[in-house]
Design a protein around this ligand. Structure first.
Ligand code: ADP
Length: 386
């Protein structure tokens, strides 16, 4: 990342204009998903007995919340990247897994516009030493851009090839294309092409910045190609294959199996009552015995009586915050073996480190999704049976 130019810093006229325009775009992007969520809730109230309609409304809420969550994650990531504070968690991972994850993330966008998707990853299983979360997200950004900036029903192609040195993944669309003078600039933060008249203006202009930074952290590169507008675009990602040939490593798929099924005593403490209650409802659906508390002191008192095996603690609670509560829990007899999970809006590496130092075994960024919850519950079961 280059230093911001003086004229672009807040306080200068150009900097102020950039900031105001970014805030306006941000407000617009955050507001966008709220309208369908509110509408879907009204529909659910009006058609309580119509199962098909309420289910359709639920799907809308789920999709819009995912969109909102991703947006906020992108903003957090870009802030971390600007400070150079992003850390990779590398593991041996197959390219097919990364692309599958990316397709799952971008699925709703690809489906809603009925693009003709073709994926060709070759016959050989391509292994990489990579951070699966970050890299899947990067590919998902390329896929959702391909969907966003091309007409409904047009083809999107994902293609991969590899030699012993590098893996090359291309995401190509048949959309509006990119003018030659913008092919480099679109990777800068907040830069967007004015595709006037195409009705395709959404997003904050940070997706490609994240893609480039994540790919470069992996030692690779990404570039855009386009034969002009409208002639479609190709994004070409190159990743080195260093130390990435664990031919017989089926563990990527095998991770799930654990002591499935045993119900747990779970305590949730969160001063946001709705957040605590909804998480409790979800966990009760899975058969767990769940209690809620709304601040740290109440959590300590309930814990004493209830003897939970798993505790979710919000960090930003009044009276006794999550860190203090965690430390005090660890000092009690019932708190020695309990699986402590920080539930927080803060996703930075320093927050995770602080959680670990306070005695937490896990750290979940809100809103917790079903996958993460399942993983945490499995780990809690394993802690209890160890
Ligand atoms: P956003 O999509 O949120 O605006 P990005 O950083 O992902 O932000 O992309 C920056 C800009 O690059 C977009 O605004 C768009 O103008 C252009 N762009 C990205 N992908 C494509 C594509 N596949 N086809 C045409 N233009 C694209």
């Amino acid at each position: 990342m280059t230093e911001p130019k003086r004229s672009e810093e807040p306080g200068s006229r150009q900097g102020d204009r950039r900031q105001t325009s970014f805030l306006a775009r941000l407000a617009h992007e955050l507001r966008n998903p709220l309208a369908p969520i509110r509408m879907a809730l009204q529909i659910m109230q009006m058609s309580e007995n119509d199962l098909a309609t309420t289910r359709a409304a639920r799907v809308i809420i789920d999709r819009q919340l995912r969109h909102l969550t991703r947006l906020i994650e992108d903003i957090t990531d870009v802030a971390q990247i600007t400070r150079g504070a992003i850390q990779l968690h590398r593991e041996d991972v197959a390219l097919t897994t990364l692309v599958q994850n990316a397709l799952a993330i971008a699925r709703s966008q690809l489906e809603s516009r009925q693009h003709l998707l073709s994926v060709d990853l070759g016959r050989e299983v391509i292994w990489l030493r990579a951070d699966p979360v970050r890299l899947s997200q990067a590919f998902a950004n390329l896929l959702s851009n391909a969907a966003k900036y091309s007409p409904a029903g047009t083809p999107i192609r994902v293609h991969a090839s590899a030699d012993e040195r590098e893996v090359v993944v291309t995401v190509a669309d048949a959309g509006v294309g990119i003018p030659p003078d913008m092919l480099e600039r679109i990777f800068e933060p907040f830069v967007q092409v004015d595709h006037s008249g195409t009705g395709t203006h959404e997003g904050l202009g940070i997706g490609l910045t994240l893609v480039r930074r994540v790919v470069e952290l992996h030692g690779g590169s990404v570039k855009a190609e386009s034969d002009g507008t409208p002639a479609g675009s190709r994004f070409i990602v190159r990743l080195p294959r260093e130390a990435a040939s664990p031919i017989d490593k089926p563990h990527v798929v095998a991770q799930q199996s654990t002591t499935e099924g045993r119900r747990l005593r779970i305590l949730i403490a969160d001063d946001n009552r709705d957040a605590a209650q909804t998480l409790a409802i979800m966990l009760r659906f899975d058969g767990h015995d769940v209690r809620t508390a709304y601040d740290g002191l109440e959590a300590l008192a309930t814990g004493e009586v209830f003897q939970p095996e798993l505790v979710f603690l919000d960090i930003g609670m009044p009276v006794l915050d999550g860190y203090q509560t965690a430390r005090q829990i660890r000092e009690r007899p019932w708190g020695q073996k309990v699986h402590l999970v920080a539930l927080t809006g803060w996703s930075q590496e320093t927050d995770r480190q602080k959680s670990v130092a306070s005695g937490f075994a896990d750290h979940i960024v809100k809103p917790a999704d079903a996958e993460h919850l399942k993983a945490v519950i499995n780990r809690a079961r394993a802690t209890q049976s160890s």
